[in-house]
Ligand binder design. Structure first.
Ligand code: XMP
Length: 303
């Protein structure tokens, strides 16, 4: 791929399609939507409306980081944490969770599009998303992929032909900071698919803290993704008491495009340190396990 040519073409495409109109994009803080927003901002400047919806299912410090990174744009920040947590109450099926989060996301997003009278939608769909949704493996891989009732004149997907490593190359070329260009993929439904079973505020807080520890401890490892998931409950001893607490699974895999994946090799001492930190720093957790299953047959996420 010739990055320079790609960027030039993408900017021209956006400029041509949007004309004098306004375009809206949902920012997730990930590399895909960040690259698209940057391309679109170069193409149409303040006629781009970047929107960030805080679902309450983001990683530790992520909403704050996004506000800071895109402060030069007219970022629309929507705090919808309570709405998402109430919508997820009682929902246990993984695909149902995706549906609930996706549909609510679209509704919130539509509200903003309507308020700003945006005519065009820009989406960070990449090539593997296109392939997987054609195969029907998941109901979607992009929260923005849900049917939108709001009538846009057109949907623009500037990076739909790129693989993840190519998107990162473009991000570096565009001068995006390494926290974005090298950022691990994070699912649209967020921490909701890193909690097996029902999502509760307590579980979200626990998995968020555990995830931050895993990311910090494994930051120097070569990987596609490294994260924590809350996979159930088990018995443990804390102090002198037997307690029934949460089980955290550590997942760290390498992959080219997310379609297949292999767990990375982590020294025993490191795994032990992670386990001791998670159980020591998060009172609700009694047990930590490392998932050694490749994809296939396992998926990368737990739900
Ligand atoms: P799986 O779990 O299917 O994940 O092996 C493959 C890649 O896709 C991400 N993923 C998602 N991304 N919405 C997303 O935007 C989703 O519902 C979703 N599910 C999985 C996952 O993090 C991995 O990079």
């Amino acid at each position: 791929m010739d990055v320079e040519k790609f960027v030039e073409r993408a900017i021209n495409e956006i400029r041509e399609k949007v004309g004098n109109g306004k375009a809206i994009i949902a920012l997730s803080g990930g590399v895909d939507s960040s690259v698209c927003a940057t391309l679109a901002y170069k193409a149409i400047g303040d006629r781009l409306i970047p929107v960030f919806v805080d679902t309450g299912l983001m990683r530790l410090g992520e909403p704050e980081r996004i506000k800071e990174t895109f402060s030069h744009m007219n970022l629309v920040f929507v705090d919808a944490r309570d709405e998402f947590l109430s919508a997820l109450k009682g929902v246990t099926d993984p695909e149902e969770k995706r549906k609930v989060v996706g549909e609510l996301f679209v509704r919130v997003f539509e509200r903003v599009a309507e308020e700003h009278r945006a005519e065009y939608l820009i989406q960070g769909t990449i090539y593997p998303d296109v392939i997987e949704s054609m195969g029907g493996i998941k109901s979607h891989h992009n929260v923005g992929g849900f049917p939108i009732r709001y009538k846009f004149k057109d949907v623009i997907e500037p990076i739909r032909e790129l693989y993840k490593d190519e998107v990162r190359e473009v991000a570096r070329y565009l001068g995006l900071p390494p926290e974005i260009s090298e950022r691990m993929p994070f699912p649209g439904p967020g921490l909701a698919v890193r909690i097996c079973g029902e999502v509760t505020p307590e579980k979200v807080e626990v998995v968020r803290k555990a995830n931050a520890i895993v990311e910090e401890e494994l930051k120097d490892y070569k990987k596609w993704q490294a994260f924590a998931a809350l996979i159930g409950k088990a018995t443990g001893v804390k102090g002198d008491l037997r307690v029934y607490g949460y089980i955290i699974a550590v997942r760290a895999v390498d992959s080219r495009d997310g379609m297949t994946a292999d767990p990375i090799r982590i020294e025993h001492e490191k795994l032990r340190k992670i386990a001791l930190r998670i159980t020591g720093e998060i009172p609700e957790v009694v047990r930590v396990v490392y998932d050694v299953t490749p994809k296939p047959p396992a998926t990368i996420e737990f739900e």
